[in-house]
Design a binder for this molecule. Structure first.
Ligand SMILES: Cc1cc2nc3c(=O)[nH]c(=O)nc-3n(C[C@H](O)[C@H](O)[C@H](O)COP(=O)(O)O)c2cc1C
Length: 386
């Protein structure tokens, strides 16, 4: 946000001007992909309203040995080519995830392939992993300025659409090996609905093989004694119950350090109003929030709260982020709400989340993770939960 000095006599008073109030309608009058490209350019040029305030200390947390100034992350798909990782952290995000990147550059699906469902505060995309490929992506990670602002930067990896089904796992191995020494965490994305066959990797046997081979690739890619980046798996909300159970069991047995719950859905809630509601692709934004939060709660229960979960899907306020955390998310991510609310949303979410935590008597964010699962009144009273 831009802060202008007040001319009144009130000390410390400032008019807070959110340039998105002016830029937002202009951006939304453009085709969605053009608006997105402009936003990326603005961020690259440093024009995207950097936040000046440090995050409230109550929001600080640590997972996988990584320090987060706050638990609000930019989810994959916004910064597909790792162009604006530093700028995302400057906007106030506590962490950022670039990608999905595939080994080779690919153009993605034919346009139009991105739709704003304004009446529903939602987005449908069938981009199909359009990206500039692994080499350029890795170079950008290698040159990322780690001095300030600090915050974990992860990479989300996928497979090329031209890769034959039998070689799909090799795509993940290549990306893991190249990126292992450069990133703070790695996300194996097997949940995009827009790459035929990709979601099949969520089946138990294939996922087991995929994780095993990525763990070996990660070891090959490490050229120092530094701890290797944790491997996370991003899953789809459309999984059936047995697949959810399989993934939870595997997460507890195998080398899966965390789950991202969840990606976009192919489901179309009956409440959608927009003319674009029946476009093919993955739906994201406000209409998927309840489903995503319930899915987080379910995976938290299935994994006994032992695997950190990044809750993602429809988050657009501090209350949403708080509900996700109470349901079992250790961290949260968002993308679609930014399209409608602009970058000042990040500050608003952090402020409201800190207020909710204090209001409910929590001394730190970690104490709130999964509290909705403490069923008994005495257990809730012990940790002072309302
Ligand atoms: C335009 C768009 C592109 C996306 N691309 C990716 C992607 O490349 N990889 C990925 O893992 N998720 C991708 N996602 C999914 C988001 O990361 C996120 O999981 C999903 O949108 C739910 O969060 P939201 O409701 O806050 O947007 C994309 C989402 C959108 C809206």
């Amino acid at each position: 946000m831009w802060r202008l000095k007040s001319t009144s006599n009130m000390p410390n008073e400032a008019f807070v001007l959110d340039p998105f109030q002016f830029a937002g309608p202009v951006l939304r009058s453009l085709p969605p992909e053009t608006a997105h490209r402009l936003a990326i350019h603005a961020m690259r040029l440093g024009l995207a309203f950097p936040e000046n305030e440090a995050s409230d200390p109550i929001l600080a947390c640590e997972h996988w040995g990584l320090k987060f100034a706050n638990p609000i992350g930019l989810s994959a798909g916004f910064d597909k080519d790792a162009e604006v990782m530093g700028a995302a952290l400057r906007l106030g995000f506590g962490f950022t995830e670039a990608g999905t990147v595939t080994p080779l550059p690919q153009p993605g699906n034919p346009k139009p392939r991105l739709f704003r469902l304004t009446e529903d505060q939602a987005v449908i995309n069938r981009l199909g992993f359009n990206n500039g490929g692994l080499t350029r992506f890795a170079v950008r990670f290698a040159h990322l300025d780690r001095s300030a602002p600090k915050g974990p930067a992860g990479a989300n990896i996928g497979r090329n659409s031209s890769t034959e089904e039998k070689s799909a796992i090799a795509d993940f191995e290549i990306a893991t090996e190249v990126l292992a020494g450069l990133v703070d965490y790695l996300v194996i994305n097997i949940s995009s609905p827009n790459t035929p066959g990709l979601r099949g990797l969520q089946q138990r046997g294939r996922l087991e093989e995929l994780i095993g081979r990525c763990v070996e690739a990660r070891a090959r890619g490490m050229c120092s004694d530094a701890p290797p980046p944790p491997l996370l798996v991003k899953i789809a909300p459309d999984l059936d119950e047995s697949a959810k159970r399989d993934i939870a069991e595997l997460a507890l047995e195998a080398n899966i350090a965390g789950l991202i719950v969840c990606n976009t859905t192919i489901d179309r809630p009956a409440t959608l109003k927009s003319q674009f509601r029946n476009e093919a692709g993955g739906l994201s934004g406000a209409p998927i929030f309840d489903c995503a939060r319930n899915f987080v709660a379910h995976m938290y229960r299935l994994t006994d709260g032992r695997i950190p979960i990044i809750g993602c899907g429809g988050i657009g306020s501090g209350d949403d982020a708080y509900a996700m955390i109470r349901a079992g998310a250790s961290l949260v991510q968002l993308y679609s709400a930014l399209v409608f609310e602009g970058p000042a949303l990040v500050s608003r979410i952090k402020k409201q989340l800190a207020e909710r935590l204090r209001g409910d008597g929590f001394a730190c964010i970690e104490a709130a993770i999964g509290v909705d699962h403490c069923k008994t009144a005495s257990a809730r009273a012990r940790i002072n939960i309302k």
